[in-house]
Design a protein around this ligand. Sequence first.
Ligand code: IMP
Length: 441
Amino acid sequence: MRQSVIEIVGLQYGDEGKGKVSCFETNEATLIIRSTGGNNAGHTVVYKGQKYALHLIPSGIVKQKAICILAPGMVIDPSVLIEEIKKLQNGGIAVSPENLMISDRAHVILPYHRKMDEYQESLRSNPVGTTKSGIGPAYASKANRIGLRMCDIVNMNFTLLHDELNSFPKDFFEKNNIALESYEKEMIDLCISYRGELFDYVTNTGKVINDATSNGQKVVLEGAQAWGLDLDHGDYPFCTSSNPTASGIASAAGIGPMNIFKVIGVIKAYTSRVGEGPFITELNDAAGLLIRELGHEYGTTTKRPRRCGWLDLVSLKNAVMANSVTDLCINHLDTIGKVGLKIGYIKVCTAYSYAAPFDPYVSSILDGSTVHPLYNEFKGWTIPENCHTFDQLPEEAKTYIRYIENFLDVPVRYIGIGPRDEDMIVRNSFSGPIDKEDYME
Ligand code: IMP
């Protein structure tokens, strides 16, 4: 058994900057895999001065070294994927079946899933605030065993498409002015056109993944969304429809637990969230607006302004344990430092109170109106020019980092200090205050 898989998982509510770490870890990797969710995700990567917004393909594609895989657990909207491939190609990035493989088992998102997403949101007493990209309906059909897979498109087998459309309520078609018979034909024609574009990319990715792991080759498993949005462990029902946890993304890729070498938990130096749901450390004041503006906190996928607040170490403690996190990556250290300087302090939530100090596990069902965050305060900083090592960071920033790693009992190995690929401090030889082995490869 060879342990060669590095997982990259979000520990908050998504948008932690996983793409950047994944891109960094792509060096020497044979495969970069995405295995859950679909184009609800958005990764922005700045590489060699060019900005790439990716929704489905792992960010490491820009480095042109490893093979990128879209694994069985994904729900793929072919229209978005085809567009993404074309944009990369037009930007000078070679994308072909040589370096991009789509699992024949991955499920397909079609236009009616997007419409159904909107329809279901309109019926809910408390809307989730989904990305309206059809994720929930596609996963629902998958669980209901009537969802179309990539292999069905390749084999032109549209029986499940018929069954799925017939499972929807009449009201859905009426509200969308859809005549079922002609619509089914229209969808089949659309699938056939997707087949023409994607045929050569669709394959049995299980074999490719097993070959790499059994040979001990470095494999990067890039998470999308995050712990707080997990269907089982996140803030249900204000969550996504997959399991973007360390175990969930491995299972969705077809990788067993003993192959995992390292789990990098990615966080921001503060918290942000898009969509509805509890957010205990949310700031509905000038400080929240400042974080949003300085951190450019607007959704990559929906452009929605993100809700912003302080770092929540109580929730992160739980996330670190449940995801077996071995290393932390903290992004936006530059942003929170500026916020601290502008308003005079940075806060970090270290406990909840609810009449008495509270148990973190209830955080998912109670919102900030009943649970109150208790904070520790820190001072702000400015990241100096040409800062490349932990030692070159201002003392205040080091204090912040050390406090977080001690609280969470996991070393902070990666520190994001700006948007570019190279704006990342990597602590190769960790010699922090907690007694952890050095994670040098
Ligand atoms: P869905 O995944 O589109 O169904 O959306 C469900 C919830 O997850 C909503 O609150 C979305 O805003 C949130 N969400 C889904 N994907 C992401 C992501 O990649 N980043 C941040 N939030 C996300």
